[in-house]
Design a binder for this molecule. Structure first.
Ligand SMILES: C[S@@+](CC[C@H](N)C(=O)[O-])C[C@H]1O[C@@H](n2cnc3c(N)ncnc32)[C@H](O)[C@@H]1O
Length: 198
């Protein structure tokens, strides 16, 4: 069953930045010894809340999402004053190709929605784009997740996640396996909240 992202954006209206994003920026500050901004990618940026926060801090952000209204939504979130720091690209993970060299790649609750056959290529492109010392932060879903088996989604057990992170400095790998709520209603979540440094 396809996801209705419009319902998701409505339900999430007014949200703050996500904790894994904040943890990722803290890891970046540890890398640099300052919170000096660089080049960031927000993969599956959705409503653009994290994109805006990055732009406010001086980052240059490439915000990517396949949603048809991504440009309108992110431009509205970011506003005119910060617009020059943000590029918005409507693209799917499956057709994205190479990512630009980056200091911070954030993918909040987005990578699981990449087709499983393409996901290894997307992950390789993310890793290739990380400059030395750059930080990846984002979520992956595990096999206990209630959405396991949905068409077009990828899932990884803990060993699989650890294998994906091999060679990176794992700053945070929090496994969350609990019943909670989603924008579709009650749901069992199995989520890995990842922060890793190249
Ligand atoms: C759960 S939302 C997360 C949005 C935002 N990062 C957040 O934390 O609220 C997932 C986002 O990924 C986007 N998305 C889903 N499948 C995608 C794909 N195959 N390629 C690119 N974007 C996709 C959706 O349009 C949606 O905005």
């Amino acid at each position: 069953m396809a996801f209705n992202w419009s319902e998701f954006y409505t339900e999430q209206g007014g949200r703050g930045v996500r904790p894994t994003f904040t943890a990722g920026l803290e890891a970046w500050a540890d890398t640099t010894g300052t919170s000096a901004p660089g080049d960031a990618v927000d993969l599956g940026c959705g409503d653009g809340v994290e994109t805006r926060q990055l732009a406010e801090q001086g980052w240059h952000v490439l915000a990517i999402d396949s949603d048809p209204d991504v440009e309108k939504r992110v431009r509205a979130e970011v506003g005119d004053a910060l617009a020059s720091r943000v590029d918005v690209r409507r693209a799917s993970f499956e057709t994205l190709g190479d990512l630009p060299e980056s200091d911070f790649i954030y993918a909040g609750f987005a990578l699981p929605f990449c087709d499983p056959g393409h996901f290894p290529y997307l992950w390789a492109d993310i890793r290739d784009a990380l400059r030395p010392g750059a930080v990846f932060a984002g979520e992956l879903f595990g096999p206990d997740d209630e959405w396991f088996g949905r068409a077009g989604m990828n899932f990884h057990d803990r060993a699989g996640v650890e294998a994906m992170l091999a060679g990176l400095d794992v700053v945070q790998l929090v496994e969350d396996n609990h019943r909670g709520m989603s924008f579709e209603g009650p749901k069992h979540w199995h989520v890995f909240h990842v922060v890793a440094r190249a």
